[in-house]
Design a protein around this ligand. Structure first.
Ligand code: OXD
Ligand code: MN
Length: 601
């Protein structure tokens, strides 16, 4: 076997994040022997290192420097046009048996998959630098925090990981010298960005990930979807906690009473907007703070559920972000931000559909072509992204670093549904809440390749992210209840219901505070509700609608239950459960029968 000397690049090294842990050193040697890079670069996450990598990336046209007066210390990256979203069809869970991966995952046999991937990785880094990124997911002093190492041949990945994770020395220290310590092995290579050689493979039993052929964030920032959700959910079940596709927000009343809420929505359904909500004027004195915008890791302590955000930054969808829709996001991305696939204006600023103000008369679109408002193509890709440190967020929650996490009062499941599902309702109890999560559905978005706008069942917004058998996942959710003496209340929300004329019924954005307020009232047992077949439903006067410019008819429509639509919905639940081929726990099948029976009462 050819031995690749672990040369430090550039000569002299930038930092010193090379761990003493022999297991890591052996693994890096093994991957270097396979991929044959020119250099090995041990990343330390320092400012000096990042300046160096930005400089190199500018020289190689991997990044474009933006107008530093308009967006200080910010850069634009254009990905390959064939590589702009997560690829669920090429994402695999490689457990020893197919049953462990379950009916919702693509499965491939681990031995064969390792062999195939090793074949693709052979010599793949020739002439390139192999970067080793040590990182942790979670606050430094949390018992839930996990260590990961990602090997990559992409500087863009290093620069993004530096924003999205806590990177460098902190991980090396946490890992320590124990050769048996738990840590995630992530290998990423761009290969030649060929969709035919694009695979995102997870080996949960080995705590390992191999991702090849893509440079798109969700496929290559292995800390995020791959570790924090797919491998994370597998570890969570084994270790008795929950890894969820949820934002976490804090809501504080004018009297200083605070609740934390975790909310699961599928990709590109407004999680970041919701997590950064600014209450409208008549909620004077109310404050919403962000703990996380995409992922929640939750553990049971003293009979309550506590959540941490394992991430350190936001990788958010850009189009539609404006001072009107999300002022806190706009402030967050005004500096120190990496943009991917947005448009570049003639004065070196960034632009996207839905940004405040008029479109520029001319810009360069995300593919690098001239663009004017008359162009047929979009200037920014619908799944263009910002990567920005969470510390840029003016609404960052002060307890975001709290290792023990924040106590969760309510869990929300939400989807993008034009019809059927009311604005908000509450589950009768935990098992019913798990049923709401298990049967939630949403119209698909541009966050993943494939048709946009089709309703698909997306249990707990985890369909693309649950790293094991979905039936066992449902069971795990039901079982968690046994350890909770003070369980969170569970709600369903839908901001996207449309009226008969096809218009959105709810004004959305900041007005979601009115829904949050009802949710908090319910948690404090002060909020009114009507018992309906689907759950506890607010009547219009249970919601604070003061000064809201909304027609009474619209309110009735958005809170309404259409029996015919619900008959279809219940059939949809059953079809979905049937499609899972017998893995659904009996309790959830019973919930379905009880729901149907309640409509007959
Ligand atoms: C994301 C996603 O990028 O869910 O957060 O796709
Ligand atoms: Mn997400």
């Amino acid at each position: 076997m050819k031995n690749v000397a672990p040369a430090i690049f550039p000569p002299g090294g930038i930092g010193d994040a090379r761990p003493a842990n022999q297991a890591v050193l052996d693994w890096v040697d093994e991957i270097a022997n396979l991929t044959e890079p020119e250099n090995i670069f041990w990343c330390d996450g320092s400012d000096r290192e990042s300046e160096f990598l930005i400089g190199e990336s500018l020289k190689q046209n991997l990044l474009i420097r933006l107008n530093q007066k308009k967006v200080p210390r910010s850069y634009l990256h254009r990905s390959d046009p064939n590589d702009v979203a997560r690829v669920e069809q090429f994402t695999f869970v490689c457990t020893p048996t197919k049953e462990e991966a379950g009916p919702t995952n693509n499965w491939s046999e681990p031995g064969e998959t390792y062999t195939k991937l090793r074949g693709l990785l052979k010599g793949a880094m020739r002439g390139r630098t192999l970067f080793v990124i040590p990182y942790i997911m979670g606050p430094p002093d949390s018992p839930l925090t996990k260590v990961g190492f990602e090997i990559t041949d992409s500087k863009y990945v290093v620069l993004n990981m530096r924003i999205m994770t806590r990177m460098g020395e902190i991980a090396v220290k946490r890992l320590g010298n124990d050769p048996n310590a738990e840590w995630n092995r992530g290998v990423h290579s761009l290969l030649d960005i060929n969709p035919d050689r694009r695979f995102i493979c997870h080996f949960p039993q080995d705590n390992a990930i191999i991702s090849v052929g893509s440079g798109y964030g969700g496929n290559v920032l292995l800390s995020k979807k791959c570790l924090a959700l797919r491998i994370g959910s597998y570890l969570a079940r084994k270790q008795g906690w929950l890894a969820e596709h949820m934002l976490i927000l804090g809501v504080e009343s004018p009297e200083g009473k605070k609740h934390y809420i975790a909310a699961a929505f599928p990709s590109a359904c407004g999680k970041t907007n919701f997590a950064m909500l600014i209450p409208p004027d008549q909620f004077k004195g109310w404050k919403v703070t962000t703990v996380g915008d995409d992922i929640a890791w939750m553990q049971v302590r003293d009979g309550r559920l506590y959540a941490i955000n394992p991430e350190n930054g936001y990788f958010g969808v850009v189009p539609g972000t404006s001072y009107k829709s999300n002022p806190n996001a706009m402030r967050s991305i005004a500096h120190d931000t990496l943009y991917t696939n947005v448009a570049l204006t003639d004065d070196g600023d960034v632009w996207w559909e839905g940004k405040d103000g008029d479109p520029p008369a001319h810009a360069i679109d995300w593919r690098g072509n001239d663009w004017t408002p008359n162009s047929k193509e979009k200037a920014a890709h619908p799944n263009s992204r910002f990567t920005t440190p969470m510390r840029n967020n003016p609404a960052l929650d002060p307890d975001v670093e709290k290792g023990g996490g924040v106590p969760i009062s309510a869990i929300i499941f939400g989807g993008r549904r034009s019809d059927t599902v009311p604005l908000v309702y509450e589950a009768f109890d935990w098992a019913h809440g798990v049923y709401l999560g298990a049967t939630m559905a949403s119209e698909t978005t541009a966050a993943a390749t494939g048709a946009v706008g089709k309703v698909r069942r997306d249990p707990m917004a985890m369909l693309p992210f649950c790293g094991y058998n979905i039936g066992d996942y449902f069971r795990h959710w039901l079982d968690i209840r046994k350890r909770l003496t003070n369980p969170p209340h569970i709600f369903s929300v839908n901001w996207f219901r449309k009226g008969v004329k096809g218009q959105f019924l709810w004004p959305g954005f900041g007005e979601n505070m009115r829904v949050l307020k009802w949710i908090i009232d319910r948690c404090e047992q002060t909020g009114g509700a009507l018992k309906s077949p689907i759950g506890w439903l607010p009547s219009p006067h249970d919601l604070d609608l003061a000064k809201l410019d909304i027609d009474h008819k619209c309110v009735a429509e958005i809170l309404g239950i259409d029996h015919e639509e619900w008959q279809k919905e219940i059939s949809g639940h059953r079809e979905f459960f049937d499609s899972l081929g017998g893995v659904v726990p009996a309790e959830l099948l019973e919930q379905s029968e009880q729901l149907a029976a309640r409509f007959k009462e």
